[in-house]
Write a protein that binds this ligand. Structure first.
Ligand code: GLU
Length: 306
């Protein structure tokens, strides 16, 4: 689970931060190049720390620098975003690269913890992780509890079915049972799309209070703790369909399964942090820089997400 990516001491990171105008890339070459000379000088390091404080790095961010490790919640089965090789244990994907660049900019190691839609917020709330980069959709409701950066990717929701079911459209999902992950936006997104498509009347639908376990009007939901369980339930015929973001579904779209003919509910992914933490601002500045200097565009291309 833990992956070491030591670039330089936390103290030195302060000096680097001062000169940062771009996302990870250019900063990292600068830090790596200068790490050996400066590491030998205590004086240079402490000077860097005080300069950093003057530059406005807050207490929460400084605590991560002092700890020397950035702890990040990531997915382990979303190809191109957060995927853990079952043999080597190595993580890869766009969200992994972004986390590595963020740690590199801070001048600390990075430690990955696998999270699910259900566990990522608990781990953030408990302080076990500093941030979440895990296909976490920004919603107004979630923004009340956690901070989110500017989006770094936009996905869509769709539905995976067994070809043998004959289901190909939103209308075909009428009166069917759909598997979703607990803690996800998927059930609400699908219900809303079916209403917009005229498949459901929408009577009794309230976006704010929608609860997948209580909804039975024209479609019903079974909630699971993880995605492999939903895939197994689909094969076993316990549910008729599997609904979530297309990026997450990709790994479960095996032979004999297809997406229905609809994708809906744009899902904007952002880095989530504790509400009102100064690290939220740090992460947002980081993402803004990564968007501005083409790093995000490069990662999208590199991971075939374009
Ligand atoms: N991205 C969606 C959400 O945040 C799907 C759940 C997931 O990320 O696993 O609700």
């Amino acid at each position: 689970m833990k992956r070491v990516n030591k670039i330089l001491s936390g103290a030195l990171a302060g000096a680097v931060l001062l000169s940062l105008t771009a996302c990870g890339g250019s900063a990292s070459s600068g830090t790596a190049a200068s790490s050996s000379e400066a590491a030998s000088s205590e004086a240079a390091s402490s000077e860097a720390v005080s300069s950093e404080a003057a530059a406005g790095v807050g207490a929460d961010t400084q605590a991560i620098i002092d700890r020397g490790v950035l702890r990040v919640g990531v997915k382990n089965a979303v190809l191109g975003f957060g995927y853990q090789d079952p043999v080597t244990g190595e993580y890869s994907g766009m969200e992994i690269s972004l986390a590595e660049k963020l740690a590199e900019q801070l001048g600390v190691d990075v430690e990955f913890t696998t999270v699910t839609a259900a566990t990522r917020t608990e781990l953030l709330d408990s302080g076990d992780i500093d941030c979440v980069l895990a296909t976490f959709t920004i919603t107004d409701e979630r923004k009340k509890s956690w901070d989110f950066t500017t989006p770094y990717y936009t996905d869509y929701v769709t539905v995976l079915v067994e070809d043998s079911s004959g289901i190909t459209t939103l209308a075909d999902l009428k009166d069917k049972k759909v598997g979703v992950s607990s803690g996800s936006t998927s059930a609400r997104a699908l219900t809303e799309a079916m209403i917009e498509d005229g498949v459901l009347s929408g009577d009794g639908f309230d976006k704010e209070t929608f609860d997948p376990s209580l909804w039975t009007d024209g479609v019903s939901f079974q909630q699971y703790d993880d995605y492999p369980s939903i895939s197994t339930a689909l094969s076993a015929g316990q549910i008729d369909a599997f609904c979530v973001d297309k990026s997450i579904l990709a790994v479960y779209k095996t032979e004999g399964r297809s997406y229905i003919d609809a994708q809906f509910a744009p899902q904007e992914y952002g880095i989530a942090t504790k509400k009102d933490s100064d690290f939220s601002t740090y992460c947002n500045d980081f993402i803004e820089a990564c968007l501005a200097d083409g790093t995000i565009e490069g990662l999208i291309a590199e991971n075939n997400l374009g």
